[in-house]
Design a binder for this molecule. Structure first.
Ligand SMILES: *Cc1c(COP(=O)(O)O)cnc(C)c1O
Length: 459
């Protein structure tokens, strides 16, 4: 009779001791869970008739991964300024400090310090939003999707909402306009066609059951060719006599005028408000460059309806995000928008990016193990984050190539102590300088230096 190979595996306690000896700094809870997972995997491998991985190495890796705080800090070398998978906008230190201060203390979140009575959460950011935009009223909620959901539910629940067929979009993740309408308890009335919707289409659909007209920005794709859409001012002129509110989901917008820098006109929220639209909604962490939030600007009576909706409580912003949004808006009011990493990255001239890429290439050349080819390359970087489809920025990158291939190289860079996220193109990994934050270069250098030359070899 052959021995049960599972008997060869160490006990959990024994493996825990060995992992702790090899890596004394790891917390005990992570070591125990890492050991448990490594042994479970080894047993599963044996049960399949395969060879188990070394339990010590597997346990160490699992324990070390558990011990890392999450979400992990990473270097965004993808060139995509607003990368939803990388948490979109990074905040400047001054804003981060405001968050830390609010987090570690009590705050007058819902207290009126003058009267001592209950105050309104978010009254401070609402005031700053009004000052920046000229809007009659403002409200900040949890995110862009929440803003649209709340607007539709508060203004049109149980009634019809008219939307162009060309705007029934999916914005990645789980934001699909027809589904948001359903969740808001409104019925969708589609008008027009995929490529062309006219004012007369809206006019024909408008009736006593209409609760709102919704206009949605096609954030992540472009419609070109034989296309038509009803302009916002015309929609407002149509809806106003009927007492029907017009809501625009702008997706991504700014409160400082960047149109002269080549950003499309509809990205400037105050200009949209000037059309007379009842409400505009957009995200706090896209072009605005702040924390995750959903911003609603518009007519006082409409914003009041949103604030009084029972959903508002479920979608409200927490004190950390409020502190971050407040500090972000103060930078905008002070004309210091270029201190926001998002706007700095968007506005940095291509020559300045190229200079930083060249300096990085030089550093990486010195740090690179044998087998890694380092070159400098001009690139084009999309803005991302469902912002500005078709709008690309001239940029510059360090291109890395190795015989093992670009995917293997990209994976190895993601496994660095501070993971570096590049983009794979033409069998190389491009590390775009446009999206690097100050100081990121050292982490990129460390990641490249940590690449074992063995892992760069092809098979
Ligand atoms: C991004 C986007 C949303 C969702 O905003 P989140 O802040 O991600 O919730 C909704 N509508 C449009 C048009 C968008 O671009």
């Amino acid at each position: 009779m052959t021995e049960d190979p599972r008997r060869e595996l160490p006990s959990v306690d024994r493996l825990v001791r060995r992992i702790a000896e090899a890596a004394p700094a790891l917390p005990a809870w992570a070591v125990r869970e890492g050991a448990r997972r490594a042994l479970a995997e080894a047993r599963a491998a044996l049960a399949r008739g395969g060879a188990p991985a070394d339990p010590l190495a597997a346990g160490l890796a699992a324990a070390a991964a558990l011990a890392e705080p999450r979400p992990r800090r990473v270097v965004n070398a993808s060139g995509v300024v607003l990368h939803t998978n990388l948490g979109r906008a990074a905040l400047p230190r001054e804003v981060a400090a405001a968050v830390a201060a609010a987090a570690a203390s009590y705050t007058a979140l819902e207290l009126d310090l003058e009267s001592g009575a209950r105050g309104e959460r978010g009254a401070g950011v609402a005031e700053l939003l009004r000052l920046l935009s000229g809007a009659e009223a403002a409200l900040a909620v949890n995110n862009g999707a929440a803003a649209v959901l709340l607007a539709l539910a508060a203004l049109a629940r149980g009634r019809e909402v008219i939307v162009s067929r060309g705007e029934l979009v999916e914005i990645g993740g789980s934001f699909r306009v027809p589904e948001i309408l359903r969740e808001a308890g409104v019925s969708l009335v589609e008008v027009g066609t995929t490529n062309r919707t006219h004012l007369s289409d809206y006019a024909a659909a408008l009736g006593p059951r209409t609760g709102a007209i919704l206009k949605v920005h096609r954030s992540n794709f472009e419609l070109r060719g034989f296309v038509a859409e009803a302009p916002l001012p015309a929609l407002v002129a149509l809806a106003r006599p009927a007492g029907v509110p017009v809501v625009e989901d702008l997706g991504s917008a700014t409160l400082v005028d960047l149109r002269e820098h080549g950003l499309p006109p509809e990205s400037f929220a105050p200009a949209r408000l000037a059309t007379g639209v009842d409400l505009v909604c957009f995200s706090g962490d896209k072009l605005l460059g702040g924390p995750q939030a959903g911003i609603v600007l518009g007519a006082a009576e409409r914003v009041r309806a949103l604030r009084q909706s029972p959903l508002a409580r479920a979608l409200r912003l927490d004190k950390l995000s409020l502190a971050a949004l407040d500090a972000t808006l103060r930078l905008l009011l002070a004309g210091r928008e270029r201190e926001l990493p998002t706007l700095r990255m968007l506005l940095e001239p291509a020559e300045a990016v190229a200079e930083r890429a060249a300096a990085l290439a030089e550093r990486l050349q010195k740090a690179a193990p044998r087998g890694l080819v380092v070159a400098l390359e001009e690139t084009r970087a999309p803005v991302g984050g469902g912002s500005l489809p078709g709008f690309e920025l001239p940029s510059a990158a360090v291109a890395l190539a190795a015989p093992a291939g670009a995917e293997a190289l990209a994976r190895a860079l993601r496994r660095a102590a501070v993971p570096v996220i590049g983009r794979v193109s033409d069998a190389r990994v491009l590390l775009d300088a446009r999206t690097l934050l100050p100081g990121d270069e050292s982490d990129v250098e460390a990641a490249v230096a940590s690449l074992a030359s063995g892992s760069l070899r092809g098979t």
